[in-house]
Ligand binder design. Structure first.
Ligand code: HEC
Length: 81
């Protein structure tokens, strides 16, 4: 998880300040990991949302991969399917 945290710190926490003080607040099933359709809100923002994150310079492939992989590894609320 250390790499994930590094990406979040470097690329996201300047605006999403909770990532510094209390990452669990955003990275939990009620926040960024809640489902929006078939994907989590976080995945949607990283891959197909009209306002992708981060807003400035996009993540490089390695950074994107790190975050997407971390999402895959977490238990996400699937509704029992
Ligand atoms: C330059 C500032 C900035 C940076 C950097 C940034 N964000 Fe955001 N982010 C915002 C703003 C502002 C919003 C809310 C407005 C909107 O919907 O676009 C937002 C919204 C979001 C949302 C939707 C939250 C919700 O509850 O719907 C997610 C998820 C998100 N950001 C993830 C990230 C991730 C992951 C990164 C780093 C890869 C990141 N952001 C980097 C400014 C930023």
């Amino acid at each position: 998880m250390a790499r994930t945290e590094a990406v979040l710190q470097n690329r996201c926490s300047s605006c999403h300040t909770e990532l510094t003080s209390d990452p669990g607040r955003l990275l939990n099933p009620a926040q960024w990991l809640r489902l929006s359709g078939d994907l989590t809100v976080l995945e949607t923002r990283l891959t197909r949302h009209p306002r992708r994150m981060p807003p400035g310079e996009p993540l490089n492939a390695g950074e994107l991969d790190t975050l997407l992989q971390a999402i895959q590894e977490r238990p996400t609320p699937t509704g029992g399917g």
